[in-house]
Design a protein around this ligand. Sequence first.
Ligand SMILES: *[C@@H]1O[C@H](CO)[C@@H](O)[C@H](O)[C@H]1NC(C)=O
Ligand SMILES: *[C@@H]1O[C@H](CO)[C@@H](O)[C@H](O)[C@H]1NC(C)=O
Ligand SMILES: *[C@@H]1O[C@H](CO)[C@@H](O)[C@H](O)[C@H]1NC(C)=O
Ligand SMILES: *[C@@H]1O[C@H](CO)[C@@H](O)[C@H](O)[C@H]1NC(C)=O
Ligand SMILES: *[C@@H]1O[C@H](CO)[C@@H](O)[C@H](O)[C@H]1NC(C)=O
Ligand SMILES: *[C@@H]1O[C@H](CO)[C@@H](O)[C@H](O)[C@H]1NC(C)=O
Ligand SMILES: *[C@@H]1O[C@H](CO)[C@@H](O)[C@H](O)[C@H]1NC(C)=O
Ligand SMILES: *[C@@H]1O[C@H](CO)[C@@H](O)[C@H](O)[C@H]1NC(C)=O
Ligand SMILES: *[C@@H]1O[C@H](CO)[C@@H](O)[C@H](O)[C@H]1NC(C)=O
Ligand SMILES: *[C@@H]1O[C@H](CO)[C@@H](O)[C@H](O)[C@H]1NC(C)=O
Length: 506
Amino acid sequence: MARSRHYWAMMVLLASSLGITDVGAQGLWPLQTYKSSPAETPFLNVTKLGQTEQGFLFFSPNDIVRGSGHPTIYSDDGQLIWQGPNQTTFAMQPQIFDGEPVVTYWEGTAGFGFGFGQITIIDNTYQSIYNVTLSCKEQNFVTVFDPESLPSCVDVHESQLTDNGTLLVTAVNITQADLSSVGGPIDGWVQDGLVYEIDVKTNEVLFRWSAVEHLAEAPLSYVIAPLGSEGAGSGNKSDPYGYAHINSIAKYGENYLVSSRYMCSVFLLAPNGSVIWHLHGRYGGDFHLELGTSFCYQHDVRIIAATAERVTLSMHNNDNTEFTGATYVTTGLVLDLALQGNKTVSLGGRMWDAAESVYVQSQGGYQSLGNGHVLLGHGAVPKIEEFDANGAIVMRARFGFDNTMQSYRAYRYPWVGHPSTVPDAVACLSAATGQATVYVSWNGATDVISWNVYVNNTLTQSAPRNGFETAIAVPGLPSSASVVVEAVGGVGNGTKSAPVVVGQRC
Ligand SMILES: *[C@@H]1O[C@H](CO)[C@@H](O)[C@H](O)[C@H]1NC(C)=O
Ligand SMILES: *[C@@H]1O[C@H](CO)[C@@H](O)[C@H](O)[C@H]1NC(C)=O
Ligand SMILES: *[C@@H]1O[C@H](CO)[C@@H](O)[C@H](O)[C@H]1NC(C)=O
Ligand SMILES: *[C@@H]1O[C@H](CO)[C@@H](O)[C@H](O)[C@H]1NC(C)=O
Ligand SMILES: *[C@@H]1O[C@H](CO)[C@@H](O)[C@H](O)[C@H]1NC(C)=O
Ligand SMILES: *[C@@H]1O[C@H](CO)[C@@H](O)[C@H](O)[C@H]1NC(C)=O
Ligand SMILES: *[C@@H]1O[C@H](CO)[C@@H](O)[C@H](O)[C@H]1NC(C)=O
Ligand SMILES: *[C@@H]1O[C@H](CO)[C@@H](O)[C@H](O)[C@H]1NC(C)=O
Ligand SMILES: *[C@@H]1O[C@H](CO)[C@@H](O)[C@H](O)[C@H]1NC(C)=O
Ligand SMILES: *[C@@H]1O[C@H](CO)[C@@H](O)[C@H](O)[C@H]1NC(C)=O
């Protein structure tokens, strides 16, 4: 699915739901642009305060002001590594499928706090190898669109692969529910929060769970986001109450861990759909919250350690929303749940950047890295932070002004890109000096060491790779010469650009 016809509507809605009406006094966040590539990507301002873990940064800057978005990989020096297609992208996640590294991401039509699209899976050559879809028609989805012509109804929030070759995704179905207990109509309209497990290769649905079908076990009394609040919805058909707002799913053994943002709840579901346990971030649920363990509106809940007696959860605790204001400092939160005995929830850890605290009102991710490090992506605050095992901040990376650029989550991941394309080169003649400079880049390549420049098939120059695009001065290059640039080193060693003529496209 390329950019849909709903793209602009969605961007406008996204901007208005974030309260953005103009660019503001801060102006536009700068982009990095290149001579050899059409890529344009936000400047990434990386500040290192200590040793960080290995790997590249994977996130998807959605530029709300300029109206573009891309799945993107950066290196820690702020340089672009790979820019994918221009489309609204969520839930971009590097992970393993069939023993091989892949990147999964959502693309489609979004804009109401949810969306209708597909999960694209690409390999390390950046080719799409699987599309995981939920046919809106076959699965009987009701959307907010009229006529309902959308091909696939996978929601924006999750793209988690399992070891079993399956994918966990969320979906939203517009349906009716009795909202009288929360001050709404008996025949109110809600966004049902759905959990799906889908076999990647066959696209077969293996598991489906509906919040509305489990109101007895996950009742509206758990909901913290009030009916009628901006973002949560007012309960009529065109503005359905998104009370569940499921935003992360993970599978442990045969059970499903589900995070509900507006219920401020985490549920562990059995394969038959029943709730094994429920943790409520304000009330405790099946547990007793010790002081300092409260959370709400959280994202990206995972189990990071488990025994028969205890479970340790990690989450991005952005205890703020569009309608609560930016009240609480956003933290990475680790909670220890005693499954037996007194069933207390004790604080396992909390990390935030005290010097430059963020107060995020939507989205966010928590990734456990090696050596006890943690990466926080802050969603609508376009900032990525890395903390060490002591909770000390070791990296800040900002890619936009708050609420004008966003990335749902962010990850650090080791990655070797082997693009199926060839390097892109241009050779430009300076009008002032008459000297030529060759510019070369290779979207997605991660391990080029240097570039060889051939003039009329003769190796004339070699230069070390210097960021996404390397500029190589080639003195005395006549305009009639044909220039080819070759990658040296890494998995694409020896790959040559198409021949270019001096002065072309400069
Ligand atoms: C996935 O869908 C896109 C279009 O949305 C298409 O270009 C691509 O070929 C598909 N990939 C596979 C593996 O079918
Ligand atoms: C990058 O961030 C640092 C630290 O916040 C700031 O001092 C610096 O001005 C920023 N650089 C640019 C070019 O914006
Ligand atoms: C991305 O797509 C949007 C919507 O079609 C378009 O307005 C925007 O100019 C594109 N951005 C880039 C950088 O191509
Ligand atoms: C969506 O809701 C409608 C109306 O309640 C129902 O008929 C349909 O089966 C639901 N679809 C899904 C995918 O839950
Ligand atoms: C639904 O609710 C929204 C928000 O309160 C309101 O703007 C809209 O007019 C309502 N639509 C209908 C059909 O009642
Ligand atoms: C993995 O798939 C196998 C075969 O379908 C199934 O028996 C097993 O329960 C699955 N494991 C999990 C954790 O779902
Ligand atoms: C569902 O599974 C749970 C956990 O295995 C079990 O306790 C419960 O009895 C099952 N419920 C039904 C209705 O089968
Ligand atoms: C709960 O039980 C654990 C382990 O048995 C114990 O360490 C903890 O102090 C208890 N907490 C309370 C509040 O009783
Ligand atoms: C390269 O080849 C072109 C066309 O054959 C020729 O005009 C030019 O002089 C050659 N340049 C060099 C540097 O060999
Ligand atoms: C790249 O390939 C050339 C031969 O084409 C070989 O001589 C060289 O050792 C290779 N370099 C690296 C770094 O793999």
